[in-house]
Ligand binder design. Sequence first.
Ligand SMILES: [Zn+2]
Length: 385
Amino acid sequence: MTESMHPFIGHSKLQTALGRACRIGNLPSSLLIHGMPGVGKQHLALWIAQVLLCQHKTPSGPCMACKSCVLSLRIEHPDLHWFFPVPRPKKARPDNLGEALENARQDSLIDKRKNFLRPISISSEPGGIYLATIKYLRSQVYKRPSMGFSQVFIIGDAQGMVSRNSSSEAANALLKILEEPPPNTFFIITCDVLRQLPATIISRTVAIHLAGIPTPEIKTFLLENLEIEEKEADKAARLSRGSIGRSLGFLKNEGNEGTLELARQKSFHFLRACLQGNKTLIYQEALQLSGSSSRTLGPVIDSLGEALRDLALFILGDEDKIINTDTLQFLENVCSKWTIHPLSITESFQYLDQAKEQVNNNINPQLIITSLLINIQEKLSASSK
Ligand SMILES: [Zn+2]
């Protein structure tokens, strides 16, 4: 990996419009970029920051050559401030929390610079953006820029301000800054879904939705930026749902299977357990979850939904639309053994929604999976051929 950002892809029209607004000095002082995890929100924010700070802006964006551009590309520009959720430092006392959080952010920045292309996080410790961090941000906002005329503040995954790990104090403090921004200061806030943020913050910003990227563009991007085989790129792109960060989760990472790939494999074990004449495999799968956190189940439940959809597509003869293409043999075996009505598959999706809600409420993972799989098994009520 090089220590600089790779090109931003998939949103060229939006990029052109934003680049132009930066060049003619027409960019709103507060932007809010929202879209699914891994679709490129932070990346777009960093690109806008690079354009704003560039000393020789061009019609297509930043010049890529000036001192500012070089520093922005390495995420080392002193007037580019990037904030994001970090886990609350365990040993910090209330009086040095701000410092501990800032140290954690700096450590994380070193990591992000080295490895910009990273899969979306499915970690059980989502972290937060705390009041102490917004206070630190405020102390930087009212300083003069170090190099040029502007400062850019990116607040990534801003839903971290209002997660269960922090409180609304951070959001209120940010709101005060957005209400009275100093001149030549830009704020770029990102979140997955708008409703995650307080309406007061949204009303102070101009919101931009970042849509999913078409599958062929993701495949090309993976082939151009990573040393992987075409077959792997094809699989990851098909499973990406339009998100680069998600596609990376299906690729091997330092010899280990990607976290989303592991979730996908698990979901097929679950589906296999549902498609038995008895509950033995269901109990075995549940037993294996002993000691795990219910939050890690979210991606598995999502994958199970996709596995069920693929099964329905196979039954309907719509194989071209199947995304788990490596499971065709399994689907064929299932269909040769059992008679399943596609409607019963559609109806079993309600149980996936229920299970996801239980995950959010931190219910015991073994209970969630046992009841989910038994419900699906009964709903499918596959009859032996
Ligand atoms: Zn430049």
